[in-house]
Write a protein that binds this ligand. Structure first.
Ligand code: PMP
Length: 326
């Protein structure tokens, strides 16, 4: 018999799927690393498990302990899965911009969820960075994960997702494109791929309202770049340690409207029911058209599943309210 000993053993080894219609006008082959096939429906299962395993190994996380994290949902889901199998409790701090579905799913996995305001500075005591840090200090036998600066986040992708993409493309990949939030995905995969072939180009997809693109191009952390935005999962108002800018060749920024519309188009035209950052990522690939030739093999990573966005990007009333549909 062939079976996984528990759900955690099913993390990783996701398929690579060719895009056909949306990318028709591009000269190159475009392949999607399809991460919603992970058990928690996102790529974050990989880093969540790796962060827990590393914390167990060096004693930061002890038996029966409480895992505390500021998470927009997907990391929480991965941590919650692993916590159930391994016997830990979870407290997640989330900001009020995130979809209600994400909060409900975390609660379904027995986690306690605390919602904080989005539009306050990171150093404000009400921000989700501050609240999760404080809870980490105050809760007995707890471990504050800090996915932004935790090196196991990047390492997970360096050890699993990067090698999978390299093998699945027979080393023919020429470009890797991915949305950037904590930076773990782009840095881990980008570093692994460039070690195999330094000619591979790595592009980050950023959003308007985030500091990454300007910082990469000028070295300036420009606070004028920071303002509220709708796109979920990518962009930051801080520079996480997991973003290694030296691995990234360039950033392209995608608008909230385009990210939402392309999330819908992935479902309608490719039968790929994916989250909002996948819409941003594929629009990012299209914006980079001038960089691709017909020999190129472009891999774009799609982070999570569409089910968490049914009340938002897949709801036309919501889309109209945002001014995204004519
Ligand atoms: N897309 C989604 C849906 C996410 O949850 C995240 C994680 N914040 C990202 C993209 C960005 O990935 P990373 O944090 O590894 O940069």
């Amino acid at each position: 018999m062939k079976y996984a000993k528990n759900i955690l053993e099913t993390i990783g080894n996701t398929p690579l799927v060719k895009l056909n219609k949306l990318t028709e006008k591009l000269p190159c082959l475009v392949l999607a690393k399809y991460e919603p096939f992970n058990p928690g429906n996102s790529t974050k299962d990989r880093m969540a498990l790796k962060m827990i395993e590393d914390a167990e190994a060096d004693g930061r996380l002890k038996p029966g302990g409480t895992i505390i994290e500021g998470t927009s949902g997907n990391t929480g889901m991965g941590l919650a899965l692993a916590a159930i199998v391994k016997g830990y409790k979870c407290i997640f701090v989330i900001n009020d911009k995130q979809s209600k579905e994400k909060v409900d799913v975390l609660k379904a996995f027995g986690a306690q969820v605390i919602v904080c305001p989005t539009d306050v500075a990171p150093e404000d005591p009400r921000s989700y960075y501050s609240v999760s840090k404080r809870l980490g200090e105050e809760t007995p036998n707890s471990w504050y994960v800090n996915q932004y600066d935790n090196p196991s986040n990047t390492q997970a992708h360096y050890e699993s997702t990067g090698p999978e993409i390299w093998k699945q493309t027979d080393g023919k990949i020429t470009h890797f494109v991915v949305g950037v939030g904590t930076g773990g995905t782009v840095t881990g995969i980008g570093k692994y791929l460039k070690e195999q072939n330094p000619n591979i180009k790595v592009w980050g997809v950023d959003t308007y309202g985030s500091v990454f693109k300007k910082y990469h191009e000028t070295g300036i952390f420009d606070e004028n770049e920071i303002y509220p935005y709708v796109t979920e999962g990518i962009g930051e108002d801080i520079l996480p340690k997991n973003v290694d800018f030296s691995v990234i060749d360039g950033f392209t920024k995608v608008t909230d409207k385009d990210a939402a519309i392309y999330t819908q188009r992935l479902a309608k035209e490719e039968a790929m029911f994916l989250g909002n950052s996948a819409g941003a990522a594929i629009k990012g690939v299209l914006q980079l058209e001038e960089h691709f030739t017909k020999e190129d093999v472009v891999v774009v990573l799609f982070h999570d599943h569409g089910s968490r966005y049914v009340g938002k990007m897949f709801n036309d009333d919501w889309m109209k309210k945002q001014g995204f549909l004519d």
